[in-house]
Design a protein around this ligand. Structure first.
Ligand code: ATP
Length: 269
């Protein structure tokens, strides 16, 4: 269980995230929604400590995430893999090596420095690529791939970390509709098949409704909605998005994926 308690993050006396408290049971697929600047990225980045909270606590089971440093912090980051809008692959390296980077925390430092991957690590990385139908690209340079393929490589890299959670910050923001579906399906598969918690910042409300078990709505840094997708009425969404509502709600909903079977969670606000 991931628990945030009264979490704030200030930049120059201005709150990016303010007083956020929530509990996320392991295995959830949570969509974080809200208009631009609402604090979604800051929230995700605080969970894996790319950004430090100004106040409040973040706990994962018995671990006080807010107090970690050194190797313990590196271990925590390996347990909650981040996926970014811009993929963050090493473009000049081949796809398999990029995925193997996700194993760095599993091998000794000398082996990691010399990139001496074991046959087992290679098999794990190849198997992850196979799951997302891109094993045939293993030897290609990462920067020769399409955006959708690169994001699948990034997801495979996250998967081989064997994380407890995946934090995806607008993972489909630069993708076309077909690749959007492929990437969201990949995240859904990771969630349902492996039980890995997924927290995903999404601009599109339709996608969030279709894929997530639970939605967290943010506005001006505050948590203003926490509930099942069905509880997020169009009226609440309009309130949440303000002038951006048309932009995020007018798209035709994607087909609801078969695997999604999320339980409703009570609306908090
Ligand atoms: N490093 C920073 N320095 C100063 N202000 C920041 C920094 N990072 C974020 N902010 C501010 O914090 C607020 C929340 O930003 P954040 O990126 O978390 O929002 P967001 O909901 O993810 O937006 P978007 O959907 O546009 O990415 C914004 O007002 C932003 O300008």
């Amino acid at each position: 269980m991931l628990v945030l308690d009264g979490v704030d993050r200030y930049y120059n006396n201005k709150a990016a995230v303010s007083g956020v408290s929530l509990s996320i049971p392991s295995g959830s697929f949570v969509g974080v929604i809200g208009r631009s600047g609402a604090g979604k990225s800051t929230l995700l980045r605080m969970i894996n400590r790319l950004v430090d909270p100004t106040a409040g606590s973040i706990r994962f089971d018995d671990l006080d995430v807010t107090r970690l440093n050194g190797q313990a912090l590196r271990d925590w980051r390996a347990r909650c893999a981040m996926i970014f809008q811009q993929f963050n692959l090493v473009g000049r390296l081949d796809v398999l090596t990029n995925v193997l980077m996700g194993r760095l925390n599993k091998v000794s430092t000398p082996r990691a420095l010399m990139r001496m991957w074991s046959e087992e690590d290679r098999a794990i990385a190849l198997s992850a690529l196979e799951q997302f139908d891109i094993a045939n690209l293993a030897a290609q340079r990462a920067d020769s791939l399409s955006g959708g393929q690169q994001q699948r490589v990034a997801i495979a890299r996250a998967l081989v970390q064997e994380p407890d959670a995946i934090l995806a910050d607008e993972p489909i923001a630069s993708l076309d509709p077909r690749n959007t579906k492929v990437v969201m399906d990949a995240l859904l598969r990771i969630n349902k098949h492996y039980g890995i918690t997924v927290l995903c910042n999404l601009h599109s409300l339709d996608l969030a409704r279709n894929y997530c078990d639970r939605l967290i709505g943010m506005s001006a840094g505050r948590l203003v909605f926490d509930g099942a997708p069905a509880a997020l009425t169009d009226d609440v969404a309009r309130e949440l998005y303000g002038l951006e509502a048309g932009e995020v709600m007018d798209h035709a909903p994607a087909a609801r994926p078969q695997e999604t079977s999320g339980e409703a969670i009570a609306v908090a606000v």
